[in-house]
Design a protein around this ligand. Structure first.
Ligand SMILES: *[C@@H]1O[C@H](CO)[C@@H](O)[C@H](O)[C@H]1NC(C)=O
Ligand SMILES: *[C@@H]1O[C@H](CO)[C@@H](O)[C@H](O)[C@H]1NC(C)=O
Ligand SMILES: *[C@@H]1O[C@H](CO)[C@@H](O)[C@H](O)[C@H]1NC(C)=O
Ligand SMILES: *[C@@H]1O[C@H](CO)[C@@H](O)[C@H](O)[C@H]1NC(C)=O
Ligand SMILES: *[C@@H]1O[C@H](CO)[C@@H](O)[C@H](O)[C@H]1NC(C)=O
Ligand SMILES: *[C@@H]1O[C@H](CO)[C@@H](O)[C@H](O)[C@H]1NC(C)=O
Ligand SMILES: *[C@@H]1O[C@H](CO)[C@@H](O)[C@H](O)[C@H]1NC(C)=O
Ligand SMILES: *[C@@H]1O[C@H](CO)[C@@H](O)[C@H](O)[C@H]1NC(C)=O
Ligand SMILES: [Zn+2]
Length: 658
């Protein structure tokens, strides 16, 4: 399966739908270019940096607390709000504010913006009691038959087939119900594709309740209750299967094995088209699927139909709490326009200069690492493996997720959006997306954080990261740019050379390319990180004793490379430029500022109740230890802050891979 290393995946997973966002608080709402404005911006940044710091904690004792000790005062995590706050979350909120301005503006700057705004308006106009809305919902169902719960004895089951209906719905709207097909590149050979049959295991949070059934379809209380109970029982049985292992199967064998339950060939052909039926089908969890098939087989067809029709409806129901409609519609609009939303927001603040800065730093970092691989810095890696590493590095690509090359017109050009018909709009957008993903790449999920993809060997920088003056800016010293953008890029780049990536070669195919001796040496060093991070305590427990050290390897190497790139840049500047590497009111030189900038990129606050859970599930170390771990392994850090040999941040033994 596609293996994607998210840079801060957990952050994405747990940030809830934003609270009430406000336009007024965006300090960067206007572009300010006068000298006076520049000074104000500079001073604002100084104030921001200072506000996070606790200077009374020595940098050599605990650099995280030194740099981030007051973060929580200004950005507190909350039990019933943002259970974690971080710089990346700030950036995503900034992006969401821009998104909000765009969709609520009544002055569209393009046809695309007009469609987005009209969709948002149609969402806000939905009235659950409106007869037109209820009729539209009934039409959604009528396309695939009728709702047995609604028509009772009139329902004729003889022509209903659950799996044919499921296949037809997936084919047309991409909505996955009970069983779903997924097409992914073969990890052994990137130019081949595999078809996976997955069972949906997520039946827990369907919004269709007994009161929905009464509300939308006018069912009597008792029928509604009984139907909801049947659906809930069916969900439980479907999800109760035991999980097993994956298997790769010849289609004709599956066809025979399960002939009493469904016609596999026809199922595949309904979704993929007759000409695209594969010979091989991967079942990532056959035991679980087996239970799903048995369960469906023994379920009365009226219940099957109720279940499928009502799951289809989820897509069209408004799942907002009272008074929360516009927030819900804001997120919902983003969901349906996904990458187009990113593109449209970015159009409003994009700058060619910022983009070229990204590529510029990327080339500097890549060039440095290339030089290190060619020199004797990494002589513990064999020459042969280093040669392959250079090939992989040269083929790695970085791109900004602006979707400029995507033909937006092709995806959404033909879609007409009706301000008054939300249900039809959703249907059209689903169709546009699904037909697009058949022809071309599947539409990707919205992302705020950079990531490296093993299956492509390239780095993606989401446009949210390029919002001006969050991380770096013309008015700030370059040290901050290297500490944030430089570090992020170096971190992602090193994921191409971490413990998992040893299995993926330059062509992004699954082909181990490290020789035995280099692997052995790598592993010795990896174990050093494993032991180091396991010693750190978080939420009262030691961090997990993980074999996988990819994130720590990328953090440690990333900050070193970014710092080296900064040093190199600094060495080439005139005295006058170097003078500008300080900030008025901060007694830090450029190199010190670099480390403060790096640590502050990682400042966070986490609700204590969630600390151990997060430490267990996130492959990244908690922020505090990302900073302390990587900088205490970095000799230059201790030189820059003049840390003594006995300082906590300056241990004698330092773990290192890159
Ligand atoms: C149900 O539909 C089938 C054909 O689709 C028909 O032969 C049968 O008579 C119908 N049954 C009832 C009770 O209407
Ligand atoms: C029942 O299904 C068959 C084929 O699946 C189709 O030919 C027939 O028209 C259907 N009958 C009704 C009443 O929908
Ligand atoms: C990968 O798959 C393609 C297409 O099926 C095939 O031509 C190629 O030989 C395969 N490469 C390897 C290394 O198996
Ligand atoms: C399961 O549900 C969660 C949240 O509702 C969603 O993020 C995830 O993609 C779902 N998984 C599947 C396989 O549908
Ligand atoms: C399964 O479906 C295929 C394609 O529709 C059809 O050719 C085949 O006869 C079906 N097999 C059975 C056992 O019904
Ligand atoms: C590796 O390459 C370096 C320089 O390119 C060379 O000096 C050294 O002898 C090589 N080592 C081996 C084991 O071939
Ligand atoms: C990412 O990598 C894939 C496969 O290696 C390549 O086809 C694609 O063009 C790359 N995309 C970008 C935007 O660099
Ligand atoms: C560095 O620290 C030592 C004592 O640990 C002190 O003697 C020296 O003056 C310091 N140097 C600077 C530049 O602060
Ligand atoms: Zn990472």
């Amino acid at each position: 399966m596609t293996s994607r290393v998210l840079w801060l995946c957990l952050f994405v997973a747990i940030v809830p739908i934003m609270a009430q966002p406000s336009d007024e608080n965006d300090p960067f709402a206007d572009d300010l270019t006068s000298e006076y404005a520049k000074r104000i911006i500079h001073q604002a940044k100084v104030a921001d940096i200072k506000a996070m710091m606790r200077p009374e904690i020595s940098p050599c004792d605990d650099f995280y607390t030194h740099a981030c000790g007051n973060w929580h005062r200004h950005n507190p995590a909350q039990l019933y709000g943002d259970i974690q706050t971080s710089t990346f979350q700030r950036i995503s909120k900034g992006f969401d504010r821009r998104w909000l301005r765009l969709i609520r503006s009544n002055e569209p700057k393009s046809e695309l913006e007009k469609k987005i705004q009209h969709f948002y308006q149609s969402c806000n106009l939905v009235d659950r009691n409106d007869v037109h809305y209820k009729l539209a919902l009934e039409n959604v169902i009528q396309e695939y038959g009728a709702l047995p719960a609604l028509i009772g004895a009139q329902w004729n089951s003889s022509n209903f087939s659950w799996w044919r209906t499921v296949a037809q719905i997936q084919q047309k709207y991409g909505k996955e119900i009970i069983l779903a097909l997924e097409i992914t590149p073969d990890t052994q050979n990137n130019s081949k594709k595999f078809v996976y049959l997955k069972a949906n295991t997520n039946f827990s949070d369907s919004p269709v309740t007994a009161s929905d059934l009464q509300q939308y379809f006018g069912l009597s209380a008792s029928v509604a209750r009984q139907t909801a109970q049947e659906l809930s029982d069916l969900k439980k049985s479907l999800a109760s299967g035991v999980h097993g292992t994956g298997s790769l199967n010849f289609l004709d064998e599956l066809q025979e094995k399960y002939s009493n339950y469904l016609n596999f060939t026809e199922f595949l052909s309904l979704i993929l088209g007759e000409e695209n039926i594969p010979d091989l089908l991967c079942l990532p969890d056959e035991e679980f699927i087996n239970n799903v098939l048995l369960t469906m087989h023994s379920t009365p067809s009226a219940t099957q139909a109720n279940f499928i029709m009502l799951t289809l409806l989820e897509e069209y129901l408004i799942d907002a709490k009272a008074g929360d409609m516009s927030t819900w519609c804001t997120e919902n609009t983003k969901k349906y326009f996904s990458q187009v939303a990113e593109h449209a927001v970015y159009e409003r603040y994009r700058s060619a200069a910022a983009e070229s800065e990204v590529f510029n730093i990327w080339e500097q970092i890549r060039g440095l690492f290339r030089q290190q691989l060619m020199g004797d810095k990494f002589n513990w890696i064999s020459n042969a493996t280093r040669t392959l590493a250079i090939v992989k590095l040269d083929r790695m690509q970085l791109h900004i997720n602006s979707y400029d090359t995507e033909n937006i017109e092709e995806i959404f050009g033909a879609v007409t959006i009706d301000r008054t018909n939300y249900v039809k709009n959703v249907q059209k957008l689903l169709i546009a997306k699904i037909s697009r993903s058949r022809i071309n790449e599947p539409i990707k999920d919205f992302s705020y954080v950079p990531f490296y993809n093993n299956a492509e060997n390239n780095i993606t920088i989401p446009v949210a990261q390029l919002q001006p003056r969050y991380l770096w800016g013309d008015q700030y010293p370059e040290a901050l740019k290297y500490a944030t953008l430089g570090y992020v890029i170096a971190h992602e780049m090193l994921h191409g050379f971490d413990d998992s990536a040893k299995e993926y070669d330059a062509a992004a195919s699954k082909a181990p390319w490290w020789d035995t001796k280099s692997r052995y040496e790598f592993d010795k060093r990896r174990k050093c990180f494993q032991a180091q991070y396991h010693k750190y305590q978080y939420g009262g427990l030691p961090l997990p004793n993980r074999e996988k050290q990819s994130e720590n390897i990328a953090d440690n190497g990333g900050v070193k490379l970014a710092y080296a790139a900064y040093q190199l840049w600094l060495g080439k500047q005139t005295e006058e430029v170097r003078q500008r590497e300080t900030m008025e009111g901060l007694s830090l030189n450029g190199r010190q500022l670099f480390f403060v900038g790096y640590a502050q990129l990682l400042c966070d606050d986490v609700q204590s109740l969630f600390k151990t859970g997060i430490a267990k599930t996130d492959s990244h170390a908690p922020s505090k230890y990302r900073v302390i771990g990587s900088l205490s392994n970095f000799q230059e850090f201790s030189w820059v802050f003049n840390c003594s040999q006995s300082a906590l941040m300056n241990p004698e033994y330092k773990c290192a891979i890159y």
